[in-house]
Design a protein around this ligand. Structure first.
Ligand SMILES: [Zn+2]
Length: 217
């Protein structure tokens, strides 16, 4: 344990030194605006933010997200902020349109933070295969307090890119399949409201209108 701590400390110190060197380089940068922008980037790299989750009926929720073409620091920041926001909610999945960003990005963790292997960000996901079906109760962070029984495939194979643009596939069963398909729906502008019966959908819409009127939504 003490050895690990020392290693950690020396690694930390070398990082601080690197950081100080880069700051020093910025100080002699003649253009003040460039310097400020660079400092903001450094600050942002060290911070995660909890984003505001937009609720139905915000228009962004029913619009298909744009494909991601730049796998840059802004994307990595968005993904880490989305994880932070999802865990804080708490939820097991969160799509970019739910934080007001119309892009093909979602994050999920069906273990609720217990299993690092289940912490997955999917960029530009495509559903390759689904099979079987089962019904289970679903909720959505953009519909707080509203739950429906939704029929979905039992298994889903989804191909996506990670934050560096590298392709990977997830072959998920039950909750994992359900979560991927619920989030992929968000990226297509489809809400779980549309996956239930017209009667239940109308009842939920009426309830939401009432809550909005009462200032409780
Ligand atoms: Zn949702």
């Amino acid at each position: 344990m003490p050895v690990d701590m020392r290693m950690l400390k020396s690694e930390f110190m070398s990082r601080v030194k690197c950081h100080l060197r880069s700051l020093k380089a910025e100080v002699i940068q003649p253009d003040e605006s460039v310097k400020l922008a660079a400092q903001t980037t450094i600050e942002r790299q060290n911070k995660m933010a909890i984003l505001k989750i937009v609720k139905y009926p915000e228009a962004v929720l029913e619009r298909a997200g744009d494909a991601v073409t730049e796998f840059d620091d802004d994307l990595k920041q968005l993904v880490s902020d989305m994880f932070e926001t999802m865990y804080n909610a708490p939820g097991v999945g969160l799509a970019a349109p739910q934080v007001g960003v119309s892009k093909q990005v979602f994050v999920m963790d069906c273990s609720g933070g217990k299993d690092p292997q289940q912490k997955i960000a999917m960029i530009n996901p495509k559903v390759l295969h689904t099979e079987g079906e089962y019904t289970a109760e679903e909720g959505c962070l953009s519909f707080p307090g509203i739950f429906f029984d939704v029929k979905r495939p039992m298994r889903a194979v989804v191909r996506a890119q990670d934050v560096n643009g590298k392709e990977f596939e997830v072959d998920g069963l039950e909750l994992t399949a359900r979560c991927m398909l619920h989030e992929k729906d968000h990226l297509d502008g489809v809400l779980f409201l549309q996956r239930t019966s017209p009667l239940k959908r109308e009842m939920a819409k009426r309830r939401i209108r009432k809550l909005i009127k009462q200032g409780e939504w």
